[in-house]
Design a protein around this ligand. Structure first.
Ligand SMILES: Cc1cc2nc3c(=O)[nH]c(=O)nc-3n(C[C@H](O)[C@H](O)[C@H](O)COP(=O)(O)O)c2cc1C
Length: 193
């Protein structure tokens, strides 16, 4: 039972690490394999497996930065070099980004789309938790870029897929926050009928 107590403790103390506080090294392939395996136990009504992940690291991060820049240029041809540079850097802060992708089957006889999206979100959160439990820092980021058609096309998303997060992962830098902020005290609200 200790195992379960440890998990609750880890959940209570879970926090993100800002992408600017992440550095090399990223998880190696064995660790990455385990982190991604953690997603496979996400609750999944009907076993539709409505998620997948793309690992982006090394030179692919530079290419992702260019995709972000191009997306911004298409939206705003007048965007300043400063803004474009900042956008490029968003792909280059952490040494690894795991793109979390949800696939929602429309009109399924039994499983509403919202349930499929929830499963994908939980799978992504398992990745976040597993990265942290493996000794790395991580943060789930989106920003408008994940909803951008150019970004989704460049990542090869299908029509029925959407990007739900860019999970930045890396080794936590010295001085990074060691606690989460804004934790509320949970309350027990009972419905008595
Ligand atoms: C779907 C989703 C998208 C998010 N997108 C962003 C984002 O684009 N930028 C950001 O600063 N935080 C974003 N967050 C919040 C961070 O991941 C993180 O939870 C927040 O900074 C609070 O830190 P904590 O996780 O330590 O409580 C997002 C969270 C979720 C679940």
């Amino acid at each position: 039972m200790t195992e379960h107590r440890d998990l609750v403790d880890a959940l209570i103390h879970r926090h993100s690490t800002p992408a600017t506080c992440l550095t090399e090294p990223a998880p190696d392939d064995d660790t990455l394999q385990r982190i991604l395996q953690a997603a496979e136990s996400a609750p999944d009504h009907g076993g539709l497996h409505p998620w997948r992940f793309l690992v982006i690291d090394g030179p692919a991060l530079d290419r992702l930065g260019e995709v972000f820049v191009e997306a911004m240029r298409r939206k705003d041809p007048e965007a300043s070099d400063e803004l474009l540079d900042r956008e490029r850097l968003r792909a280059q802060r952490a040494p690894m980004i795991i793109a979390a992708i949800a696939r929602e089957e429309a009109g399924h006889a039994k499983i509403p789309e919202v349930e499929q999206l929830l499963s994908a979100g939980i799978a992504a959160h398992h990745v976040l938790l597993a990265a942290r439990a493996s000794g790395f820092g991580a943060v789930w980021l989106t920003g408008l870029r994940v909803y951008d058609e150019h970004v989704m096309a460049a990542l090869g998303l299908a029509e029925d897929e959407r990007l739900i997060g860019l999970i930045n992962i890396g080794t936590v830098k010295e001085g990074a926050p060691t606690k989460g902020k804004r934790r509320r005290q949970a309350t027990i609200d009972r419905w008595a009928g």
